[in-house]
Design a protein around this ligand. Structure first.
Ligand code: IVH
Length: 712
């Protein structure tokens, strides 16, 4: 297994050394079997150094290809790392031989990327979609009629990632651009260079066009995706929804050194240019494979519709064991001449179609329905299932959301149920196979009492969720609220995590977040395995939280429906806790974005005697109960009533700082552009689709300086 020193988190489980792959001889000259000499043997003359640098680069490009594309490494990890370190050292000492496509560039950099908008040389069309085999037959028949001659179809997997256009000039990768709106996209070259399966430099002895474009899909393999999510779960961070979003998100990261850690992969499926020799699409991709591109092994040339259908049926099942996500099959008329003859519509080529698979479904047994109590008392029913494989992961639990859904499904314990993954990471139950309902158990009825404290549950009118109303006595709610209070976006108490909070509860040291401020170092030391240093850290973290701004204290209280943004709005509207506590329903609903539901929840919270006492204790311990002088001095109503969209990369302040400024000056920061948008605060490289929309709707665009002038 190679863990390159520069790419963390990649574990391809490859043998450290295997024999060279005889099918693909040395692409990069004859460096493969002649080890590159080490530094002690370097001649100091400039020519010799330059030669040495070039040899190392060639060797590393070749081995990168052997390892990542062919899965057949020919160097041990140690040798690879030694050569890479050697090259990095020489490049540092000789910047005059700099090459932006050197293998050392795969490590990425810490410099913030700015993604320039670039126009595509050839528009990036999308494919016409169908879920229907009849339409696939119709596509085939239409092509037969229009072409009126023999033709072949190249059947391919439809990879479910994010598409990319790679431009090569004289064998070097010069540009990588996202699809964007199809006409122009973002230049993400620095980030793409970190993906090990994308060649930076094509081999010297290969014959390829001077200029050409490769298109393909950037993917996050299931293994990497699952590992990143496990890590996130441990860190209590939001989970990545699916590998497609994860790959697209990674490509837009600000630092390419971070992208290098995301374990991205790529499949290339389309070559464009003036001088492509092969008429066949299939043949041209196989040729590109010999230049070092990763092309799918699963393409197949089909001569008739039966072969096409066979391919579709095979992969509908076969895709479940692939290392990456796929969502369908792409069928392309193979001959480029015939492709040109068929041409394109405004949006799609007439020579290709995508057949999409039905969302992956699994059928498994429902063993039990458990009920989870959230920190606000909301009860979530969770189906416990016989473990089943679904789109690359083992599923044991699925959300049932609420009582209405349970009623609709008409569930019995022991039922065989269908599980699907939508866009979200948590799978859901979409149906019951009633034909298999033979010896089932009880009908599932939503519980009446809280599973933790036994209090009778309530369901407010118009609400889908059941709640446990015992907010100051229900143990799970109490713990959940303290865990929320100390979490990163609220008080961010360093050194303290949910396990320690559990220990505090178990030992009877705390019952609410105010109790945290009475804990002593000695009490912590007496707890299970707590060392001096961690006790000091916890005390320090708790002390430091007294400086956390008022709006985050408010968010940390965990009032139902008061998330981060609402807390910010309330803090800015009322300025301190006293005013907020005294606010009437009317005053509350007058604040932007605060509807009756939130206002009532706030009123209920502050009417509770125990909550009042909690707040007065927090005040006594020194927590921030009003907006800081600095924030107050900078407040105004200059943006009152305005909806502002932020887009692009900024120099003077971060995006979050701009968001805060908008709220401080009475405005609202919103995500998408509409007729109601007052203006767009645009940094460099505003996204092309946003720009187009803004122009279409005639929405004003202000740059950083104009915005700062406006609020001055
Ligand atoms: S060919 C003009 N081949 O599906 C045809 N696309 O809407 C260009 N995709 O944006 C696309 N696997 O991101 C092609 N084997 C494959 C593909 C594929 C995935 C994606 C691609 C494109 C979308 C089609």
């Amino acid at each position: 297994m190679r863990m390159p020193i520069f790419v963390e988190n990649i574990d391809r489980n490859k043998p450290a050394m295997t024999k060279p792959n005889s099918l693909f001889p040395d692409l990069f000259g004859d460096v493969q079997h002649s080890p590159v000499e080490t530094s002690s043997q370097v001649d100091a003359s400039d020519d010799a150094i330059q030669q040495k640098i070039e040899d190392l680069r060639e060797s590393l490009h070749q081995h990168n290809y052997n390892y990542y594309v062919l899965n057949a490494p020919t160097l041990s990890d140690q040798e690879f790392d030694a050569q890479l370190a050697e090259l990095a050292k020489l490049e540092k000492a000789h910047p005059e031989y700099n090459d932006p496509n050197s293998p050392t560039q795969r490590v990425g950099s810490d410099i913030s990327n700015s993604f320039e908008t670039v126009k595509h040389r050839y528009p990036m069309l999308s494919l016409g979609n169908t879920y229907n085999e009849g339409e696939v037959r119709a596509f085939f028949e239409r092509a037969a009629k229009d072409l009126n001659e023999e033709f072949e179809i190249c059947a391919e997997l439809k990879y479910d990632g994010t598409s990319i256009s790679l431009t090569y000039e004289h064998g070097k990768l010069v540009r990588a651009v996202t699809r964007g709106d199809g006409t122009q996209g973002d230049d993400v070259t620095n980030n793409v260079k970190t993906i090990p399966t994308i060649p930076l430099q094509l081999p010297a002895n290969a014959v390829y066009p001077d200029v050409f474009e490769m298109r393909g899909e950037i993917l996050m393999p299931w293994d990497t995706f699952n590992r990143l999510n496990e890590e996130r779960e441990r860190q209590e961070e939001a989970l990545l929804a699916n590998p497609r979003n994860a790959a697209a998100g990674a490509l837009k990261l600000q630092q390419s050194s971070e992208v290098a850690k995301r374990g991205l992969d790529a499949y290339l499926y389309y070559i464009l240019g003036e001088d492509i020799h092969e008429d066949g699409h299939y043949e041209s991709l196989n040729r590109a494979h010999t230049w070092g591109f990763k092309v799918s092994d699963h393409m197949r040339l089909c001569k008739n519709i039966d072969e096409v259908m066979e391919y579709i049926h095979y992969w509908d099942e076969g895709r479940k064991s692939l290392p990456v996500a796929t969502d369908g099959i792409v069928l392309k008329i193979n001959s480029r001449r015939q492709q040109r003859a068929l041409g394109n519509t405004a949006k799609n080529p007439r020579w290709a179609i995508a057949f999409k698979f039905q969302a992956e479904k699994a059928c498994t047994r429902l063993n039990n329905v458990a009920y989870q109590v959230g920190r606000t008392g909301a009860i979530t029913p969770v189906a416990e299932l016989d473990p089943v494989q679904l789109s690359g992961t083992t599923v044991k639990r699925a959300s049932l959301h609420n009582d209405d859904i349970i009623q609709q499904l008409d569930l019995y314990i022991g039922d065989m149920v269908y599980v699907e993954k939508g866009g979200e990471i948590i799978p859901k139950i979409t149906g019951v196979d009633k034909d298999q309902r033979l010896l089932v158990g009880d009908k599932v009825h939503f519980i009446k009492d809280c599973p933790d404290c036994g209090t009778t549950l309530v369901r407010d009118e118009g609400e889908a969720a059941h709640y446990c109303p015992n907010s100051n006595g229900c143990p799970t709610q109490l713990r959940g609220r303290v865990e929320h209070f100390i979490s990163r976006k609220a008080m961010n108490v360093d050194g303290l995590g949910p396990e320690t909070v559990d220990l505090f509860f178990d030992q009877g040291l705390i019952r609410n977040c105010a109790d945290l401020y009475t804990i002593t170092r000695e009490q912590i030391l007496k707890l299970d395995k707590k060392k001096d240093k961690s006790a000091d850290n916890i005390i320090k973290g708790i002390e430091a939280s007294k400086e956390v701004p008022f709006e985050r204290v408010l968010f940390g209280l965990g009032i139902r429906f008061v998330g981060e943004t609402v807390a910010k709005r309330l803090a800015h509207a009322f300025k301190d806790m006293d005013a907020l506590q005294a606010a009437s329903l009317d005053a509350l609903v007058h604040v932007d974005d605060i509807g009756e539901r939130i206002a009532e929840s706030v009123m209920t919270y502050f009417a509770d005697e125990q909550n009042k006492e909690l707040i007065s204790r927090l005040r006594e311990y020194g927590l921030q109960m009003k907006l800081s002088e600095e924030v107050l001095a900078n407040q105004s109503e200059k943006l009152s009533g305005m909806s502002i969209v932020i887009s692009g990369v900024f120099e003077k302040h971060s995006r979050d700082e701009y968001k805060n400024m908008i709220v401080q000056h009475g405005g609202k920061s919103v995500g998408s552009i509409s007729k109601k948008t007052s203006f767009i605060l645009a940094g460099a490289n505003m996204g092309p689709s946003k720009l187009e929309k803004a122009q279409k709707l005639g929405v004003k665009i202000l740059d950083e300086m104009q915005f700062l002038d406006l609020i001055q």
